[in-house]
Design a binder for this molecule. Structure first.
Ligand code: URA
Length: 445
């Protein structure tokens, strides 16, 4: 590593500002100096904005990702015989697939070291959902996480301080400087964390549609392709599915409500759209882990794990090992319950044209179940269960959803959010295909 020079970061910013490119050595030096505090936030913010406008070449993105990966520790599972596969979603509303996939896929013989995030803005976060289970802890050390994967085949934790610290710092800075929405920066950020998990394969659920943080299909596809390529360069096969986030996934939206719905799916019950996306992702995980011959074999194994009770049973030791009340699996009524519950009814007859996920997510935050600032504490009990789906014909007065709130004020807020989110009228509901394309290193199909 070259000696630190205060002019070096300035020269890098200037080059990116003018549309030039930085070498792999430059990225390594920059991220090293940034992680150790020698490059100040104001210079890194200027560089992030230059990247936002000018973009990065694929080589630069790979070098940035490598530098962020190298800034921290990695899980070492090289002694384990079992395949290690994780799933990452770019986030949405009602997306509780991680809670289902980890125990389900582990029950089929694939180890799942799953590292997830918290909800921010209108999207929910897996860690908040898990923490709705009384006592559940997601802040395990890497060493404890590693042991749990060896013993139970699955762990669900948050990004620890040891993993990709340069990304952690840069992501917080991007959040504050409106530079999150850059495809190369997102790809490098997500993949630097995922590749630190010591995986043998990775499945990505890249959302598009109005409730996704990358709504445009073309941009979501470009992000998927870039992340698949970054994985391949590191010898980790990655499969990405482009899935719909123009409506919430499943019926439950809100932390404890989503845990309950996830437990239903582990038993093979639950909403059809949630089951379809979960199965598609789980099939990819089993095939990447080479525990299934093909998709049909994977589906048969997964259905058997659900029907036999093995999938739900696998969740119990995971919850217990992480300090939670494992009895919620057999009895979800042990989850924290909202004090005020009320139906939301259609004010007119017609067709449900739209259920806008962004408005639902913001509604959860208004009820106290989401975060506007990182330090906000979330209420696990609040949210919505939306029984209506786009395309349904409804009568005036028919219940479309249920609001779960702390009190009457919360119920009123929930009703307002649902009025904004659910559009009823005449005509056809236009929805995105639930599962669009599949992206692998071999191409997009
Ligand atoms: N999630 C991440 O981890 N990083 C990004 O840049 C965006 C979403």
């Amino acid at each position: 590593m070259a000696m630190f020079s205060p002019m070096f970061a300035r020269e890098c910013i200037e080059r990116k500002r003018d549309g030039g490119r930085l070498s792999a050595t430059d990225w390594t030096q920059l991220m090293h100096d940034y992680a150790s505090g020698r490059v100040p936030d104001y210079q890194m913010a200027a560089l992030a904005m230059a990247i936002w406008f000018r973009g990065m070449t694929d080589d630069e993105t790979a070098a940035l990702m490598q530098a962020m990966l190298a800034s921290g520790a990695r899980l070492d599972f090289s002694h384990l015989r079992a395949p290690r596969i994780d799933k990452h979603s770019t986030g949405g509303v009602g997306d509780k697939t991680s809670l289902i996939l980890a125990p389900l896929v582990a029950a089929c013989g694939v180890a799942v070291p799953m590292m997830s995030g918290r909800g921010l803005g209108h999207t929910g976060g897996t860690l908040d959902k898990l923490e709705a289970i009384p006592g559940f802890r997601t802040d395990l050390s890497l060493e404890r996480a590693r042991r749990q994967v060896e013993e139970i085949g699955c762990v669900l934790i948050g990004q620890t301080a040891e993993i990709a610290p340069a990304d952690r710092k840069l992501y917080a800075l991007r959040d504050a400087t409106a530079t999150v929405e850059s495809i190369p920066l997102i790809a490098a950020s997500i993949m630097s964390k995922k590749l630190a998990e010591g995986l043998t394969g990775l499945v990505l659920d890249v959302k598009h549609g109005s409730g996704a943080f990358m709504p445009e299909r073309e941009r979501a596809l470009a992000l998927a392709q870039l992340m698949v390529a970054l994985g391949a360069q590191h010898g980790v096969p990655v499969v990405a599915l482009l899935t719909a986030m123009d409506r919430p996934l499943g019926r439950a939206c809100g932390n404890a409500l989503e845990v309950e719905e996830a437990i239903m799916v582990l038993r093979g019950e639950g909403p059809a759209d949630l089951i379809e996306v979960t199965m598609a992702l789980a099939i990819e995980m089993l095939c990447l882990g080479e525990v299934a011959r093909d998709a049909a074999d994977a589906r048969a194994q997964l259905e058997h794990a659900m029907a036999s009770g093995r999938a739900a049973e696998r969740f119990e030791p995971v919850i217990a090992a992480q300090g939670g009340d494992a009895a919620v699996v057999a009895d979800p009524s042990r989850l924290p319950q909202a004090a005020a519950v009320e139906f939301f009814r259609a004010d007119t007859a017609g067709t449900v044209l739209e259920i806008r996920p962004r408005e639902i997510g913001l509604g959860i935050t208004a009820l106290g179940g989401g975060r506007s600032r990182v330090e906000d504490v979330v209420d696990p009990t609040v949210g919505f269960v939306i029984s209506a789906r786009p395309g349904d014909r409804v009568r005036a007065g028919e219940p479309l959803a249920t609001v779960f709130a702390r009190d009457a004020t919360g119920v009123a807020k929930g009703m307002s959010a649902l009025r904004l989110a659910i559009r009823i009228g005449e005509g056809e509901a236009r929805v995105l295909p639930l599962i669009d394309v599949r992206v692998t290193a071999g191409g997009t199909a």
